[in-house]
Design a protein around this ligand. Structure first.
Ligand SMILES: C[S@@+](CC[C@H](N)C(=O)[O-])C[C@H]1O[C@@H](n2cnc3c(N)ncnc32)[C@H](O)[C@@H]1O
Length: 226
């Protein structure tokens, strides 16, 4: 199966996800909702499982969330998070359809994912939050990192749509291609702000924009997984 496909997952594809794993169960719920591009399922899942290997619990705040599947997957993978806030300036109508399908499969999720239609600049954030974002375009990723750092929260971003004109390349463009220079500079900027940096990738066949940048404030180290 082409995991990078933008085709919607629908009930026709249920047989592809017949297995017993949590991922297969999630994929079936997404197929039943019938509204999400295939790529978004794989992106959200691959980000969520890597994030949960590092960060447990906490209120989840998924910024520039689109349908909010990343927020939902993070709650599924770790039930010790009380709830999740899924924030987007324009929540797609079908986010409710997706939520209903997930609630049907996992009643324990009901009422725990709050969709907030707002500019992410206006949402209150707290030190104990886990702030995540998949494919916040261009400078939006920098804004999210900045907002997380301001409150000293754990953060994980999967950047996309790098803007070589307006972004900080850190002077690295002589050695690295532009988007990589931007992401390396983002990582480097977290360290002097008191953050431990963790860099990973999700599989490149899902998206070429696959660099996952995670940051944990030194103060939070004790509660982090190795
Ligand atoms: C490329 S989409 C990513 C959606 C989702 N995270 C995903 O991985 O499928 C970027 C999202 O950012 C949202 N967005 C852009 N500017 C925003 C802002 N200032 N505040 C909140 N959301 C914003 C858009 O509405 C859009 O849904």
């Amino acid at each position: 199966m082409d995991r990078s496909s933008r085709n919607r997952l629908t009930e026709k594809l249920l047989p592809q996800f017949a297995g017993e794993t949590l991922f297969n169960a999630l994929a079936r719920a997404v197929c039943r909702a019938g509204c999400l591009p295939r790529k978004e399922l794989y992106e959200a899942w691959e980000v969520a499982r890597r994030v949960r290997r590092r960060f447990r619990g906490r209120r989840v705040v998924d910024l520039a969330c689109g349908h909010g599947l990343l927020a939902q997957a993070l709650l599924l993978l770790d039930d010790s998070s009380p709830d999740a806030w899924a924030v987007d300036q324009r929540i797609p109508k079908s986010a409710t359809t997706l939520e209903a399908s997930l609630n049907e499969a996992w009643p324990r999720l009901r009422g725990r994912v709050h969709h907030v239609e707002a500019d992410l600049r206006d949402v209150p954030l707290f030190r104990d939050d886990l702030i995540v974002s998949a494919h916040a375009c261009g400078g939006l990723t920098d804004l999210i990192l900045e907002r997380a750092v301001e409150v000293g929260a754990c953060v994980a971003v999967l950047p996309c749509c790098h803007d070589l004109q307006s972004s900080d390349l850190g002077g690295l463009e002589g050695w690295l291609d532009g988007p990589l220079a931007i992401d390396a500079t983002r990582a480097a900027r977290l360290r002097p702000r008191g953050y431990r940096v963790i860099t990973q990738v999700i599989p490149g066949d899902i998206t070429p924009k696959n660099r996952l940048l995670m940051g944990a404030p030194e103060a939070a180290q004790a509660s982090l997984l190795p």
